[in-house]
Ligand binder design. Structure first.
Ligand code: PMP
Length: 406
C-alpha cells in the first residue's frame, strides 16, 4: 500500500499546533475531524470568485455557484455509488437526515401500533427522532440487543420482525464500540420480510468504502464534518422509490413548483426536500473533502487506520486494570475504555493537559452505557492523519495520568 502519511499530514496545518506547550495529538475524530487545506481553500475561493444564491437568478455568480453545488451532489452520489444524484439530499448533518426520514417517511408510512426496530448501540441521533415519531403516531420502538463483545444479535432479527414492523434503524459503525455492523446481511434479512432499513453512516463513510446499491440500503445518512469537510453539511441518501412517496419535510422556497393560496405543488426530488437557501459554501467545499478521500482511497484509509487500531489496542491492553468496550473482530478505528477505579472524566482532563485530545463521557449513547453499567468511557478515535508516534505519546501520557490518579 502506498500511503504517504507525511504528505497527508501536510494537508492539515492544524496538526502542527502545540497546546499547553505540547504537540497536539488529535484523537477525537469520531466527534469531528480537522479540515485540510483543500477544503479551506475551496471555501475561500467561492467567496472570492463566485458567491451567489443558487437555483435562482440568471447571472454569472449564481449560475457558477449552482453548477458547483450540483456538481457536489453528483460527487456525493458517486462517493457512495447512488444510482442517481436525485437520491442525494443535502441536510445540515446526519441528525437532520434522520429527522427528515422520521418526520416524512413516518408521516406517510407509520400508523398506530406499528413497530420500528432500533439497535441498542445507536447514537441518540438514531434513537430520539424515532422515539418522537412513535409518540406522535402511537407506534412502538423495539430494541435489537447487543452481545458483551459489542456485536448486534442479528440472529434475533427474524423473530423481532412481524407484520407491524415498518423500519429497521441501524448504525453502520458504532461511535463507541467501533463495531462494523453487517448491514448488508441485516438489509437482506429485513428485505426478505418486506421491511426497509435506515443506515446511519456517520462513522462509516470516512473509514471504509460504502456502496449503497451493493448494500441495498433504503436510506443512508452521513455528516461532512466527520469526513474532513465543513460542519453544517450532511447527506441523506434515499431510494428514489421512497423519496417519491414521501411528503416534504419543511416548506419554503426552492422546494415548490407553484404556489397559490389554495394549493402548492412541489418540486421534483431531491429539491422537494431542500426548503430555503442551503449551506452553499459548505456543500461546495465539502466537494474538496470528497475529492481528497477519493484520491487517497477508502480501502487505503481503512488499511492504515486498521493498523493504528491493532497497534493501539495491543498497547492499551498491556495497562493493568484497563477494560476495552467493543471487541468485535470487525472494528473501525475507535477504542473505548476505562481503567479500574479511575473516572473517565478525570483521565480525559489529565490527558488533555498532555496535549492529547480525546473524548470522555457517554458519547451520546446512554442505552449502551446502561448495558455496560458505566457512566462513560474514554474514547480514542482515529483519522487518516494519525500515526503510531501519536499512539506512543498517548501511551506515555496515559501512564503519567494513571500514576497521578491511583
Ligand atoms: N450517528 C452517529 C453514529 C454519530 O457518531 C454521530 C455524531 N457523533 C451522529 C449520528 C450525529 O451526527 P451529527 O452531529 O453530525 O448530526
Amino acid at each position: 500500500m502506498h500511503f504517504d502519511i507525511d504528505k497527508i499530514r501536510n494537508y492539515f496545518p492544524v496538526l502542527r499546533l502545540e497546546i499547553y506547550n505540547k504537540p497536539l495529538v488529535y484523537l477525537d475524530n469520531a466527534a469531528s475531524t480537522q479540515k485540510p487545506l483543500q477544503v479551506l481553500m475551496a471555501y475561500e475561493k467561492i467567496h472570492n470568485d463566485y458567491y451567489g444564491n443558487i437555483h435562482r437568478a440568471a447571472h454569472y455568480m449564481a449560475d457558477r455557484a449552482t453548477s458547483d453545488f450540483e456538481a457536489v451532489r453528483k460527487k456525493a452520489g458517486n462517493f457512495i455509488n447512488a444510482s442517481s444524484e436525485k437520491e442525494i439530499i443535502f441536510t445540515k448533518g446526519t441528525t437532520e437526515s434522520i429527522n427528515l426520514v422520521a418526520s416524512s417517511f413516518g408521516e406517510q408510512f407509520i400508523r398506530p401500533g406499528d413497530e420500528i426496530i432500533v439497535t441498542e448501540m445507536e447514537h441518540h441521533s438514531n434513537i430520539v427522532p424515532w422515539q418522537l415519531l412513535t409518540i406522535r403516531k402511537g407506534a412502538k420502538i423495539i430494541k435489537l440487543p447487543i452481545s458483551d463483545i459489542g456485536e448486534l444479535q442479528t440472529g434475533l432479527i427474524p423473530e423481532l420482525i412481524n407484520a407491524k414492523t415498518k423500519l429497521i434503524a441501524v448504525t453502520h459503525v458504532s461511535n463507541v464500540l467501533g463495531t462494523i455492523n453487517p448491514v448488508k446481511q441485516i438489509i437482506e434479512t429485513a428485505h426478505a420480510r418486506g421491511v426497509p432499513v435506515f443506515v446511519d453512516g456517520a462513522q462509516a463513510v470516512q473509514h471504509l468504502p460504502v456502496d449503497v446499491q451493493d448494500l441495498d440500503a433504503d436510506f443512508y445518512a452521513f455528516s461532512a464534518h466527520k469526513m474532513y469537510g465543513p460542519n453544517g453539511v450532511g447527506v441523506l441518501y434515499g431510494k428514489e422509490k421512497w423519496l417519491e412517496q414521501m411528503p416534504p419535510y419543511q416548506g419554503g422556497g426552492e422546494m415548490i413548483s407553484e404556489v397559490t393560496f389554495e394549493k402548492t405543488t412541489f418540486s421534483e426530488i431531491p429539491f422537494k426536500f431542500e426548503a430555503g437557501t442551503p449551506n452553499i459554501t459548505g456543500v461546495i467545499s465539502f466537494g474538496a473533502a470528497i475529492d481528497l478521500l477519493t484520491e487517497i482511497g477508502l480501502a487505503n484509509i481503512a488499511e492504515w487506520e486498521n493498523s493504528l487500531l491493532l497497534y493501539a489496542t495491543e498497547m492499551l491492553k498491556s495497562i493493568k486494570g484497563l477494560n476495552i468496550y467493543g471487541e468485535s473482530g470487525k472494528k473501525s478505528g475507535v477504542i473505548s475504555f476505562n481503567i479500574k477505579e479511575i473516572h473517565p472524566y478525570d483521565l480525559g482532563m489529565l490527558l488533555d493537559k498532555s496535549g492529547i485530545a480525546l473524548r470522555s463521557g457517554h458519547h451520546c449513547a446512554d442505552p449502551l452505557m446502561k448495558y455496560y453499567n458505566i457512566p462513560g468511557t474514554v474514547r480514542v478515535s482515529f483519522g487518516l492523519y494519525n500515526t503510531r508516534e501519536e499512539i506512543d505519546r498517548l501511551m506515555a501520557a496515559l501512564a503519567r495520568a494513571v500514576e497521578m490518579l491511583k
